[in-house]
Design a protein around this ligand. Structure first.
Ligand code: GDP
Ligand code: MG
Length: 176
């Protein structure tokens, strides 16, 4: 998606959630259409970008990745500064990553812009068959309670990844 010679808006989006839920892989899938089987738990890149068109506007999504700080609950307020959107990710095969969501929402409410648009993501949907630990209804209920958008995705297969990011960017565009 190069060939855009003008950028109308830059949207900062942060990706958060427990360690190993697939945040970095989601980002690589959306930004580069890649899934890295050899990736270490963290690649030291601060953010990746992808430029998309929404309603005839050219929008550069600047998507920030934690550099492993989520492991120590040491994501700083600088990370959230200026963010218009957040991808809040859990792993549908790890109940604990879902049970921690309330803490992550609290953190967003404490550190991020109050009008931040939040998309809840249940990742690793490719493992839904025998390994699912979080029923989709639980996530739908949580998202409704907290006023979040919601989608299940697979960074591995790519299912719903573009759609979820694009939905978030559209919703941001709708509120700016
Ligand atoms: P992060 O710590 O949240 O950034 O998680 P990573 O992106 O590093 O992914 C953690 C592990 O989960 C890695 O072994 C990935 O290959 C794996 N993973 C990430 N996304 C998916 C997915 O959609 N499906 C499956 N089956 N594995 C995934
Ligand atoms: Mg990571």
């Amino acid at each position: 998606e190069n060939g855009h010679d003008r950028i109308d808006y830059v949207f900062k989006v942060v990706v958060i959630g427990d360690s190993a839920v697939g945040k970095t892989q989601l980002l690589s899938r959306f930004a580069k259409n890649e899934f890295r089987f050899d990736s270490k738990s963290t690649i030291g890149v601060e953010f990746q970008t992808r430029t998309v068109s929404i309603a005839g506007r050219v929008i550069k999504a600047q998507i920030w990745d934690t550099a492993g700080q989520e492991r120590y609950r040491a994501v700083t307020s600088a990370y959230y500064r200026g963010a218009l959107g957040a991808m809040l990710v859990y792993d549908i095969t790890k109940r604990q990553s879902f049970d921690h969501l309330a803490k992550w929402v609290e953190e967003l409410r404490a550190h991020a812009n109050h009008s931040i648009v939040i998309m809840l993501i249940g990742n690793k949907a490719d493992l839904a068959g025998d390994m699912r630990a979080v029923p989709m209804e639980n996530a739908v209920d949580f998202a409704q309670d907290q006023g979040l958008f919601f989608s299940e995705t697979s960074a591995l297969s790519g299912d719903n990844v573009d759609a979820a990011f694009l939905r978030l960017l559209e919703e941001i565009y709708g509120v700016i």
